[in-house]
Design a protein around this ligand. Sequence first.
Ligand code: AMP
Length: 315
Amino acid sequence: MNKVLGNKILNKIKEYDNIFIFGHIRPDGDCYGSQFGLQEIIKYNFPKKKVFVITDKCDYVAFLGSGEEIDEQLLVNGLAICVDTGNASRVSNQAFLSAMEIIKIDHHEPEDHYGNINYELPDYPATCQIITEIAMELGLKVNKAAARALFVGIVTDTGWFHYRGVTELTFQCAGFLTNNGVEVDEISDKLGGISLNELRFKGVVIDLLKWRGGFLYCVLTKEIIEKYGLTDEQASNCVNYFSQVEGFPIWALIIENQNGNIRIRLRSNGINVVPLAHKYQGGGHEMAVGAKLANWNELENFINDGAQTVEDSKK
Ligand code: AMP
């Protein structure tokens, strides 16, 4: 870890009475885990401080906490900490810009150094690992609520330690968190639940699977999602069904959201897909990116580009 930056962040936390923790649009487990984990750590170590989590809702990790309203008056004299968000425009509530100072803590490819302090570690598999390491190295106390939240972030962003970027440090952090109260079976149960409709939808998604060259993809229209009564978030979780299919190192889920936006969730096994995401208003990590289609006319080009990316990787 970068102890100099870690200490700078800690000093800023000590300096401010009111701290606002922001995350990204469409928050996920790592975003929620970082927000609520950091909130708990600050409150536990500095009980006089007021710490607010400002976030959109994420159903599958809603058991970690819920967001609060912003008190603008407090914010302008307060500290904003934005977690798990690579660029300023993806912060879910742009009010963070009016804070007195901004700290960015993130593990995405840094596209935009929008903080006064930028703690960016793109090699780490989860922002929760960064926060856990800061707590371990700087001797901050971690209560059970913080440990649970941070553990959730690590296991969701690494697919329970499956993905690239998992190192000895990841397991050290997970061990540290279990020593501080995490019950692994409880978290596994909470994250593993699936409704009957989600199970039925799984079959539909696998039926709709298509491929071009080594590129596997599935298009989900809002009509199909509505038919099974699922939320956009539930439908978008299907991207993980297509990992590890032999001969298909890149796969994507193309989802039409209820608001008509066409979202792409793109994953790879060993091939850098960031350039492909950049072509379609997206970004993210080397092997896990998000992007958008401006309209359905772009679909054909996107599929060709996906297949071409696999071909190019063979050269
Ligand atoms: P997702 O498929 O939405 O889980 O996204 C995979 C990763 O890419 C996550 O870390 C997101 O934060 C990031 N990401 C998703 N969409 C975008 C985007 N439009 N621009 C930049 N990063 C994105």
